[in-house]
Design a protein around this ligand. Sequence first.
Ligand code: FEO
Length: 169
Amino acid sequence: MLNNRLEEELNKQLNAELYSAYLYLSMSAYLASNNLSGFSNWMKVQFEEEQFHAMKLHQYILDRGGRVELNVIEKPKIEWKNILDVFEDVLVHEEKVTSLINNLVDVAMQEKDHATVNMLQWFVAEQVEEEANVSDILDQLKLIDGKGSGLFILDREAKQRIFTPPAKE
Ligand code: FEO
């Protein structure tokens, strides 16, 4: 059984993951409106990943006999300056999520809840991957100054991305 403090913190993280999904869906729409259908697809996959993260927490709270409490999801931004601005925001956002996950691990350790510490390790590893992927794209976008034929090629590559749920869950 989860204690109250952890139940509350896990519900907050569930809301943060749903906000992430919302933010990426908003970015996906912005990119589509700016004729970047490949990056719009990339961001839609990101939206699907975040829903997966949210559902993982949802299931975990239930499995531990906790109460899921869905809260209001904050309205995301709808406008950016350009694609570089979008990906800079993604990186800042993912760094923030990493610090939320790290704080959650700290709470689980303080509460001596080993099962939650263990479950959260999946998120710790996932954040390393998320930050690395976004940094790579941002570096490439900076290299081409976010425009021209380079952007055309990167957009085409981004179109290939598909959502694959982790096999063993
Ligand atoms: Fe759920 Fe992108 O962190």
